[in-house]
Design a protein. Sequence first.
Lengths: 395, 104
Amino acid sequence: MSSVRVLVGTKKGAFVINGDGARKKWQVSGPHFGGWEIYHLKGSSVDPNRIYASQSSGWFGQVISRSDDGGKTWTTPGSNPEELKTPEGWPKGESNKFVYNTEPPAGKPLTTHQWYDGTQHPWEFKRVWHLEPSLADPDTVYAGVEDAALFRSTDGGKTWQELAGLRGHGTGPKWSPGAGGMGLHTIVFDPTNPKRIYVAISAAGNFRTDDGGATWKAINRGLKSPYLPEMTPEIGFCVHRIAIHPSRPGVLYMQLHQGGGVYRSDNAGDEWHEVNGNLPTDFGFPIDVHAHEPTTIYAVPMDPHLRVPPEGKLRVYRSKAGGNEWEPLTKGLPQENCYINVLRDAMAVDRLDDCGIYFGTTGGQVYCSPDGGNNWSPIVRDLPGVLSVEVQTLA
Amino acid sequence: MESTMAAIRVVLPYHLRILAKITGEIQLEVQPPVTQHSVLSALEARYPMLRGTVRDHVTHKRRAFIRFYACEQDLSHESPDAPLPEAVATGAEPYLVIGAIAGG
């Protein structure tokens, strides 16, 4: 019988939660990497036992960990002293070495971006926000980092190389950080076209490559932001999250910063249109798509100023029409005195017949709906603040 | 042949002990002269997963919120190539890697 594995990144470690196919019985394992901030962890769709995790610390910097047994044990790739001495030589301990590419043609010289005071500032690596394993190869994984750039590993996370064409995009000097930093936080693959990748950067916007990452196009036409002086700038948008359904990879859904809201593109990001409809606010972080209904989407609106649920009521909103017409989903969710947030990477769906929807909160709860959002219950209630949630559907 | 290596005691902060999968104090064989640079290089050679967590991969510059103490002295701002105190070089005293307090 099928089962699910929920991967939860929190401010104080990672948790691996195994659930049965009914999504009623849960077994929590963790914290893994106790004390480290886990921005994101995600499993390979090719080899579900292969999971990558991003550990981060203000003191000790960035660490990448990998599990090859479904989250039971973890190693830092290529750093295991017991591997002494391999044909490749001594362990190099480079799994956390993210160095911006300064070599020609795309990376030279190391460019600068706009700083808070309007001056130009060199790119400085701070942390990995998001890990996206390849759809074809478990040893290939992409990392979205702060300051915004895209890195790729093709050796299971042992070493990382920047795809410098993105940072070298002509608009790069105009990219600037928001209050939360300048992070590349969303990486979406087109499952029908291995050369096409979408990324989103705060606060630069959306970019698409159609040649495997060598060159990139800004895809922000149609977006609105009252925080930008120009009506239709090419870049500068604080995108919070984009999502697709694998059967319709040219249809993109986006949660944009306040003043924008939820948007949809029907042509691979070339044009966007707003689909807020009857949502109670235009602010939120995550957005996701039902596993079996390509036009059924989910968002969690927040008060744009307080960044907590409006009226203290935690409501997931579902649109079965790809936006514009939304219904609140409340059954099993707190409807009073709820003042948490749901962050951009903290929502996921499983692929079981009755699609399960999951999200985690800054209050440490992880909720699951085993029936597409109709009914909710907490898997766990008192974890550290949740930064990310991913779900694996296991045979 | 008699070894010329020095046995250096090193104490790591909690988070790095978890990362390196070690408990308690560790002992490193270090080729003299015993300096902060040589001790940290020996540490990273034996525990490659610690590379980049104490000092920068490329520049070897100390991370901002890491401090190095020994013999009741703050060595954080000393030259990495300066000899460590005799008591550290002989193993009488440990070399301490500290995660700075967060404040607040």
